[in-house]
Design a protein around this ligand. Structure first.
Ligand SMILES: NC(=O)c1ccc[n+]([C@@H]2O[C@H](COP(=O)([O-])OP(=O)(O)OC[C@H]3O[C@@H](n4cnc5c(N)ncnc54)[C@H](O)[C@@H]3O)[C@@H](O)[C@H]2O)c1
Length: 329
């Protein structure tokens, strides 16, 4: 960069954003911005995916409407702010910030960022919604790496408040700050990830839990139902309100330390996927997308569970926000 100031936009100067990739995450992220009054340009290299985005967003908003969280006029305004684009050049023009949400594949993401570098003004902020690929690696071949930031939304992005904002060693501090402020402006709860480690924060924690959960099934210690139950009806209940480190303080760090002495040698510490998981994948038991994974799935059960999940997320968020407000009093 040689000390050259790029004059990236501050949060007040951002009024239009571009989203590249309109799949599961991209369309939901588009909705978050459009609902908060931003002009949103949306592109996917599969034209059917772009064409179906407004209907998918309308569907997402239906549940908010049913729960009295949006008005019909807000839904129409949100959809009016959404512009479908035919190519990368179109999505790159006239926006101050772009979020990439294409498939999780490093060469693909690098190719998209190389296009973004070529097609955007050099002050435009570029974000990646990668689940855990290093932001520095995605930006490795770019000329202007200081404008690249990670913005890891959680699924479903229009309902889960947390967004991990990741700085690479090259990210400019003012760009990092602007993106954190922007996330607050659209109603999100951003967290700062200060080092560009694979998996960031949430996926490191989530996959550590998955490694042990799958290992317990593999060793025949419990059925998938009972493992899920111990989380849902046990320690998972408090996780929405008390994080693991708050819980450790409440339990007492001496107790936590004593348990780690005898328990850690017995926990799964494999450095690759478990043989059980690999076998399921080889058998095309991929979960809901093939109707079989750890459980058997029907279309009706998938629809019902996703609807119930969305309602539960909204209610839980409301309860936790209410408790946080009480705590501040
Ligand atoms: N699914 C999740 O739960 C989740 C959660 C958080 C983050 N993410 C991350 O978000 C990103 C997107 O994941 P997703 O679940 O939405 O995937 P998805 O498969 O639903 O959507 C990806 C979209 O990218 C499009 N695409 C591929 N190459 C493209 C290109 N060159 N230009 C434009 N569009 C292109 C595809 O057509 C597809 O519609 C990934 O990096 C993923 O790891 C996913």
């Amino acid at each position: 960069m040689g000390g050259l100031k790029m004059n990236h936009p501050d949060v007040a100067q951002i009024s239009a954003v571009g989203i590249v990739g309109a799949g599961l995450m991209g369309h939901g992220i588009a909705q978050v911005f459009a609902l908060k009054g931003f002009k949103v340009k949306l592109f996917d290299n599969d034209p059917r995916v772009v064409a179906s985005a407004p209907e998918r967003i309308r569907n997402n908003l239906r549940i908010l409407l049913e729960m009295g969280l949006v008005k019909p006029v807000e839904i129409e305004d949100c959809l009016r702010r959404l512009q479908s684009c035919m190519d990368m050049a179109e999505v790159c023009s006239g926006v101050e910030l772009i979020i990439e949400a294409v498939s999780e594949n490093l060469p693909l993401k690098r190719a998209v960022f190389s296009d973004l570098e070529r097609l955007t003004a050099s002050r435009t902020i570029l974000c990646s919604n990668t689940s855990g690929i290093s932001i520095g690696k995605i930006a490795e071949n770019l000329r202007l790496k200081e404008r690249v930031v990670g913005t890891h939304f959680w699924n479903p992005p229009h309902l889960v408040p947390c967004v991990e904002v990741i700085q690479s060693p090259h990210t400019a501090p003012e760009v990092f700050q602007t993106v954190l402020e922007l996330m607050r402006k659209v109603g999100k709860e951003p967290v700062r990830v200060l080092k560009d480690v694979p998996g960031f924060l949430g996926n490191r924690l989530q996959h550590a839990l998955w490694r042990e959960a799958i290992s317990l099934v593999e060793k025949g210690i419990a059925d998938p139902e009972d493992i899920d139950k111990v989380v849902k009806h046990g320690f998972g209940l408090r996780l929405a309100f008390l994080g693991p480190l708050e819980t450790a303080d409440l339990a007492g760090l001496d107790l936590v330390c004593d348990i780690h002495e005898y328990l850690f040698p017995d926990l799964d510490n494999r450095t690759g996927p478990s043989p059980l998981l690999k076998t399921l994948v080889d058998q095309k038991a991929l979960g809901v997308k093939t109707r079989r994974g750890f459980y058997s799935w029907t279309d009706e059960r998938i629809d019902r569970i996703i609807r119930q999940r969305d309602k539960a997320l909204l209610r839980l968020t409301d309860v936790v926000n209410g408790l946080a407000r009480e705590q501040k009093k």
